[in-house]
Design a protein around this ligand. Structure first.
Ligand code: IMP
Length: 423
């Protein structure tokens, strides 16, 4: 049985959590393959809003098993709080949630290192969520990390101590003003590790292989977005994992030829949180209106998100790198009421018109070239069928489909599960 893959095509916050939640009924297993608690996957149903950080978005469905893959980095402290948040829903997570032994553990000092590194960068800071993601992946690729499987070994605390001591020396090297009480942080950390250890640790690549042999259906869930990919994103303003399709292979141990559908999620406009280039960013009242209507504040940090028009150059690039087979357009409802909808189809770059992402996107050298569409005024949030969608929105959708060559199969018109139109 093949594995389907769902990922974000922009700078994150596209609404992946909602779509995984909507699609989960079709899958036996939902598996997260990268990132960590820098993610905030928001799900809304029955009037309740819930934000997941590390736990896959299938957790609210009775049937599905949720796997945290080897490519994920786990902070036991955040994880224990996440489990606490699930308690009110009466979910049997000891049965429904399993964790790869090969996933890496975020230590308290990883978080401190993240803060020290950002503080030392001054104006050039990445705008990290400060969850320790970068330093943890650095230790992983530097072959110094602690893995979930290590927590079952009797000497893991010796390894912990050596690594934490090294981190403290590194924090001192940065010479920035970071206040912390490591003893207190460690107390919380060791307590949370015990909570983590109450869950099942598995060799998830074996588990997923067997599941495929048995004909089970699997959905791989990405976090962040393609333009935050460590290789293909707007480096260095990126996260530290491969958020693109290849990340699902390395982050779960799924072979490339086993991947079938690649669902690419994008917003009808664009947002970005944190620093870095964003060619279609709006600094006027239109951008402010998008932020207001779309409630564009980070689910993890509460930071306001930067807003702008849809960037088709970047979207096509993301579709290409990921091999997207189906598109899903989110937050179409937010664009209701604008007289004109703009979509960027090329860039003017150093006097030339180009249709690819240049190696360096320096804002001073790059201006978006827009195609304009007539807006619509109808409130989409109550619509339930594709026949109800306004003609001007359909024209916008048609244009995106033609440009990308990929069908838009879902149009989301609000945060609730029910506000999902299938095409
Ligand atoms: P980090 O992964 O927390 O170090 O953050 C690196 C960059 O990725 C920053 O610009 C963050 O704002 C951005 N980022 C990380 N996770 C997310 C996410 O889940 N949604 C949107 N942006 C994110």
């Amino acid at each position: 049985m093949a594995v389907d893959l769902l990922l974000g095509l922009q700078w994150g916050d596209e609404g992946k959590g909602k779509i995984v939640d909507v699609l989960t009924k079709n899958y036996d297993i939902i598996a997260r393959f990268q990132g960590g608690p820098n993610a905030g996957h928001t799900l809304e149903f029955d009037g309740i809003k819930h934000v997941l950080r590390t736990i896959p978005s299938g957790i609210f469905h009775d049937k599905s098993i949720n796997v945290i893959g080897n490519g994920v980095v786990i902070d036991p402290v955040v994880f224990a709080k996440e489990l606490e948040g699930l308690d009110q829903f009466d979910i049997d997570y000891k049965k429904k949630l399993i964790i790869s032994r090969k996933a890496h553990v975020i230590l308290p000092t990883h978080r401190l290192l993240d803060a020290a590194s950002e503080a030392s960068k001054g104006k050039a800071k990445i705008g990290s969520t400060l969850k320790g993601i970068g330093p943890t992946y650095m230790d992983k690729t530097g072959r110094n990390g602690i893995r979930v499987g290590d927590l079952e070994l009797s000497d893991w605390k010796d390894k912990y101590r050596a690594l934490a001591d090294k981190h403290e020396a590194m924090i001192a090297f940065y010479d920035v003003d970071i206040q912390y009480d490591l003893k207190e942080l460690e107390e919380e950390f060791f307590k949370s590790v015990e909570v983590l250890k109450t869950l099942q640790f598995i060799d998830s690549e074996e588990y997923l292989y067997k599941a495929q042999q048995e004909g089970k259906t699997i959905l791989a869930e990405g976090a962040q977005g393609s333009l935050l990919d460590i290789d293909f994103g707007t480096y260095p303003f990126v996260t530290s994992s491969n958020t693109t399709a290849a990340g699902a292979c390395t982050g779960l141990g799924v072979a490339p030829n086993k991947i079938k559908e690649v669902f690419g999620i994008f917003k009808a406009y664009t947002t970005r949180v944190g620093s870095g280039p964003f060619p279609t960013e709006l600094f006027d009242e239109v951008g402010a209106e998008m932020a207001k209507v779309g409630h564009e504040f980070g689910a993890v940090t509460g930071r306001p998100r930067r807003c702008g028009w849809l960037d088709l150059v970047a979207l096509k690039y993301a579709c290409q790198v990921n091999g997207v087979t189906q598109l899903m357009m989110m937050k179409g409802d937010v664009l209701s009421g604008f007289d004109t909808i703009k979509v960027c189809t090329a860039y003017k770059y150093k006097g030339e018109e180009i249709t690819h992402l240049p190696y360096n996107i320096e804002p001073e050298n790059l201006t978006p070239v827009y195609t304009e569409y007539k807006g619509w005024t109808e409130d989409l949030t109550k619509m339930t069928t594709k026949e109800e969608l306004p003609q001007n929105l359909l024209e916008y959708i048609d244009f995106i489909e033609k440009e990308t060559g990929i069908p838009i199969k879902i149009v989301s018109v609000g945060p609730d599960r029910k506000q999902t139109i299938l095409r």
